[in-house]
Design a protein around this ligand. Structure first.
Ligand SMILES: NC(=O)c1ccc[n+]([C@@H]2O[C@H](COP(=O)([O-])OP(=O)(O)OC[C@H]3O[C@@H](n4cnc5c(N)ncnc54)[C@H](O)[C@@H]3O)[C@@H](O)[C@H]2O)c1
Length: 331
C-alpha cells in the first residue's frame, strides 16, 4: 500500500483524485483540509465509509496543524489554496497571507518529514501575463517565462503565490531530498466544483432567466479541462518515474473555444430561446489561453479524452439538478 497525503484534498480536484486512487486500489489515503471550501458532504462520507480514508481537519496557515500528520508518506499532493478570482478582488491581502503561509508551512514540514514525492498544483495564471504582454506563443509550453501584467492589480495575487509555490517546492525538494513535480492546470471543470467558476455561474444566470443574456468577454478563448482528464494527468505526474523537477501543463489542447461558444451551447442545453448581448470582459481577464500539453503527452502518456460538449453537458446537468433540488450554493 502506498501512503498518500492529500493537502486540500476535500476540495474539487483533491476529492476527485482521492476517489480515483480509492477505485484504483493500493493506497492508504489521508486528507488534510480546513473545509474552508472543501465540504463534509455525502461524496466525502461515502469515500470514508467505503475505503476507510482518514480525514484530518486543520488550518495549514498554522504550523501546529502539521503535528497531526505522520512523518512518512510515499506521495503528497499539495492542493490547498484559496482559489478563485472573486477572492483576489475581495480579500487580496488575506489571499496573500493564507496562500503564502500554507505553502511555507508545508515546505517546513517537508523539511523534517520523510516524503517520497510531492506534486504541487499550480496554474496557467502564472504565465498569462507573458502571453498577454509579450505575445508569447499559444498553445503555450512549460518553458514560458512566468509573468503577471500588473503587480498592483489584486487579480494577480493568486498567481504571485503560485509562482512562490513553484519555486519553493522545487528548491526545497533539492535541498531536503524529496522528489517534486509541478502541474499547471488550465480551467478544470466538472460537477461539484463550487459556484465560483464560469459554468455554475452561467447555469445560475440561465435559471434566473437573464434576458438579454450578457456574454462577458464573448470572444476570449479558454480551453476547458474536464475533471477526469485533469485527475489522470495529475496522478500520472505523481506516478511516472523520472519526472523529478519537471513541470507539466495539464489541460485540453484539442478544444480552445470562445466564451461565447461555451455560453451559447449551455443556453441550448438549458432551453434558452432569448437573445444574447456581447459585453466587454472583466478587467485583468486574459484574452486567450490554451496549453501545449505535448510534454505531458510524451512523458506521462497524458491524453485529454473528454470532448468539451460532453463534459459541459454532464456538468450543467449536475448543477441544474443540484439547484432545482433546492440545495445550498457553496463556495
Ligand atoms: N480548478 C482549477 O481550474 C484550477 C486551476 C489552476 C490551479 N488550480 C489549483 O489546484 C488546486 C486545487 O484546486 P480546486 O479547484 O480543487 O480548489 P478547491 O478550492 O476546491 O480546493 C482547495 C482546497 O484547499 C482547502 N484549503 C484552503 N485553505 C486551506 C487552509 N488554510 N488549510 C487547509 N486547507 C485549506 C480548501 O478547503 C479546499 O478544500 C489549488 O491549489 C488550485 O490553486 C485549480
Amino acid at each position: 500500500m502506498k501512503k498518500v497525503l492529500l493537502i486540500g484534498g476535500a476540495g474539487f480536484i483533491g476529492l476527485n483524485i482521492c476517489q480515483h486512487l480509492c477505485e484504483k486500489g493500493g493506497y492508504k489515503i489521508t486528507i488534510l483540509d480546513n473545509f474552508f471550501r472543501g465540504k463534509k458532504d455525502e461524496v466525502l462520507s461515502a469515500l470514508v465509509d467505503k475505503y476507510q480514508i482518514e480525514v484530518l481537519t486543520g488550518d495549514c496557515t498554522d504550523a501546529e496543524t502539521y503535528r497531526q500528520l505522520e512523518l512518512d508518506y510515499d506521495q503528497v499532493y499539495m492542493l490547498a489554496s484559496v482559489v478563485g478570482v472573486e477572492y483576489t478582488q475581495k480579500i487580496p491581502e488575506e489571499l496573500i497571507r493564507i496562500n503564502t503561509a500554507l505553502i511555507f508551512n508545508t515546505l517546513e514540514w517537508l523539511r523534517g518529514a520523510n516524503v517520497g514525492k510531492v506534486v504541487f498544483t499550480s496554474t496557467s495564471e502564472c504565465y498569462a501575463g507573458t502571453v498577454e504582454q509579450f505575445n508569447y506563443t499559444v498553445p503555450t509550453p512549460e518553458e514560458v517565462p512566468l509573468c503577471i501584467d500588473d503587480i498592483r492589480h489584486p487579480r494577480f495575487t493568486y498567481a504571485v503565490t503560485k509562482m512562490l509555490g513553484e519555486s519553493g517546492f522545487i528548491q526545497y525538494s533539492r535541498a531536503y531530498h524529496f522528489e517534486c513535480t509541478i502541474v499547471r492546470y488550465h480551467n478544470v471543470y466538472g460537477p461539484r466544483m463550487g459556484f465560483k467558476h464560469v459554468i455554475p455561474q452561467v447555469v445560475q444566470r440561465f435559471l434566473a432567466k437573464e434576458e438579454p443574456f450578457k456574454l462577458f468577454g464573448h470572444d476570449q478563448t479558454r480551453s476547458f479541462n474536464y475533471i477526469d482528464d485533469a485527475v489522470n494527468g495529475t496522478v500520472a505526474a505523481m506516478e511516472t518515474k523520472n519526472t523529478d523537477g519537471e513541470i507539466f501543463h495539464i489541460g485540453d489542447d484539442v478544444a480552445e473555444i470562445t466564451i461565447g461558444e461555451l455560453v451559447q451551447y449551455m443556453g441550448s442545453l438549458m432551453g434558452f430561446e432569448g437573445s444574447y448581448e456581447n459585453v466587454e470582459a472583466h478587467s485583468g481577464s486574459v484574452s486567450r489561453r490554451c496549453p501545449d500539453v505535448s510534454k505531458a503527452r510524451r512523458m506521462l502518456s497524458y491524453a485529454p479524452k473528454t470532448d468539451w460538449k460532453v463534459g459541459v453537458k454532464k456538468t450543467v446537468a449536475w448543477y441544474v439538478d443540484y439547484l432545482k433540488a433546492g440545495k445550498n450554493v457553496f463556495e
